[in-house]
Design a binder for this molecule. Structure first.
Ligand SMILES: [Fe+2]
Ligand SMILES: [Fe+2]
Length: 375
C-alpha cells in the first residue's frame, strides 16, 4: 500500500506525480520502497523535506538541515554526482535526525541523485530500499531517468511561480508603488509565515508542499495595493471613511490580479488549494468576524490567510514605522497575545511563532537591511 500524504486530487499534485512514477518503477524495481525529494533553499543553506512516496513505515515531514553540515551531500550537490550506499548501517554513523530516521525505518541501501535545473542546484532525490545492494548499475541508469522526470516536474512548478513573482515586480515598478511594504518586510514576513506553517505541520497534519506554498505566496499579500490611487496609498494623514473603503479593496483587487496571472501562466500543483488567492484576498479577515473584505469567522478563514495575517502584523510591530519605533520581540508578542484575547487572531498560530523565538530573531537580524525581494 502506497502511503500518501493527501487525499483526493492527487494526480494533479507533485506528490501525485511522484506516486505515479513510483508505481511504474515498482514493476522493474520492487525493492525501491521510498522516493523522497528534498528542496534546497540557497539563501539559508537548508535542505528541506518536500514530497515523498513511501510504501510502508513512517513518513518524515517538516524536517530540514543545513547542506553544509553533510560533507557527502555537499559534495554531490557541487559535483553533480550520484551516490550509491550498498550497506547503510555500515556507512551511516552520523547523528543527524535524518540518519536516525533512515536506520530506524530499516533502510539498508540507497541511491541519491542531485536535482539540477539550468545550472542551479534545486535539491536531492533519495531512493531507499530495505534490502542490501538494491541499486545495481543497471537500476542506477534507470533511476537517473526517473530523477530527470521528477526534476522537470519540480522545476516547471518553480519556474511558473518565479514568473508570477517577476511579473508582479514589473507591475510594482510600473506603477511606482511607494509604500511602507519594503522588500525587507516581505522577506521577513514570508519567513515568519514559513516558521509558523512548519511549526503547525505536526499538530495540524500539514504537508511540506503547503509550507512551501505559504512561503512563496506570502510576499504577494498586498499586491492589490498596486490598484489603489497614490493620493490614498501615500496620504500622510488619516484616511477618511471613503478613502478607507477604497483602501480595503486592495484585497479583492489583488485577488482579481493573481487570478488573471495564474490563469495566464498556467499555475501548477503548488497552488492547487488556491493558497495564493486566499492569502491575497483574506489576509485582513479576523477570527471574530471584524475583518474585511467579507467578515469571515474562525475556520471560515483559510489557514494560510490566518498565518500570513499574524506574520504581517508581527513584522509591522517589530519594524520601525513613520509613527512608531520598532518594538522588541517580547513587546510584540504581548501585543499578539492581546489580539488573541480580543478574538482577532489565532492563538495556535501565535504560539507556533513564539515557540521559535530563536529563529525569529535570526530572520530579523538577517533581513534587517532593505534588500529587495528577489525571485
Ligand atoms: Fe493588506
Ligand atoms: Fe504587509
Amino acid at each position: 500500500m502506497v502511503n500518501l500524504d493527501e487525499g483526493a486530487g492527487l494526480e494533479t499534485t507533485l506528490s501525485g506525480h511522484l506516486n505515479f512514477l513510483h508505481e511504474r518503477l515498482s514493476v522493474i524495481a520492487p525493492d525501491v520502497e521510498r522516493i523522497a525529494c528534498a528542496l534546497y533553499d540557497a539563501d539559508e543553506d537548508l535542505l528541506k523535506t518536500f514530497i515523498n512516496s513511501t510504501r510502508s513505515g513512517h513518513v518524515i515531514r517538516g524536517y530540514q538541515y543545513r547542506l553544509s553540515e553533510s560533507e557527502s551531500l555537499s559534495y554531490l550537490a557541487e559535483a553533480n554526482e550520484t551516490r550509491v550506499i550498498e550497506d547503510i548501517p555500515a556507512a551511516l554513523n552520523t547523528e543527524t535526525a535524518h540518519s536516525r530516521y533512515v536506520l530506524d525505518e530499516g533502510y539498508l541501501s540507497s541511491f541519491t541523485v542531485p536535482m539540477r535545473y539550468r545550472g542551479a542546484f534545486l535539491g536531492m532525490i533519495f531512493f531507499d530500499s530495505r534490502t542490501y545492494g538494491t541499486f545495481t548499475p543497471d537500476l542506477q541508469r534507470e533511476l537517473t531517468l526517473y530523477a530527470q522526470l521528477i526534476t522537470a516536474g519540480v522545476a516547471s512548478e518553480f519556474v511558473a511561480i518565479r514568473s508570477i513573482i517577476g511579473t508582479i515586480h514589473v507591475a510594482r515598478d510600473l506603477t511606482e508603488l511607494r509604500d511602507i511594504e519594503t522588500g525587507a518586510h516581505l522577506e521577513r514576513m514570508a519567513r515568519y509565515a514559513r516558521l509558523i506553517a512548519r511549526g503547525l505541520v505536526e499538530p495540524l497534519d500539514l504537508t511540506d508542499e503547503f509550507v512551501e506554498a505559504v512561503f512563496l505566496f506570502a510576499p504577494l499579500h498586498d499586491i492589490g495595493k498596486i490598484g489603489i490611487p497614490d493620493r490614498i496609498l501615500l496620504k500622510p494623514s488619516r484616511l477618511d471613511m471613503d478613502e478607507w473603503e477604497i483602501m480595503r479593496t486592495h484585497t479583492t483587487k489583488g485577488r482579481a490580479m493573481v487570478d488573471t496571472i495564474a490563469r495566464d501562466l498556467g499555475m501548477g500543483a503548488l497552488n492547487r488549494e488556491d493558497v495564493m488567492g486566499n492569502i491575497v484576498e483574506l489576509h485582513h479577515e479576523a477570527l471574530n468576524g471584524s475583518g474585511y473584505p467579507y467578515g469571515l469567522e474562525g475556520e471560515q478563514i483559510p489557514l494560510e490567510a490566518r498565518i500570513v495575517s499574524v506574520a504581517d502584523i508581527f513584522d509591522a510591530l517589530t519594524s520601525a514605522r513613520p509613527y512608531k519605533p520598532n518594538w522588541a520581540i517580547e513587546r510584540a508578542f504581548d501585543e499578539l497575545d492581546r489580539l488573541v484575547a480580543a478574538g482577532r487572531i489565532d492563538g495556535r498560530i501565535v504560539s507556533a511563532l513564539a515557540a521559535q523565538e530563536g529563529e525569529v530573531a535570526e530572520v530579523m537580524e538577517r533581513h534587517a537591511e532593505a534588500a529587495a525581494w528577489s525571485a
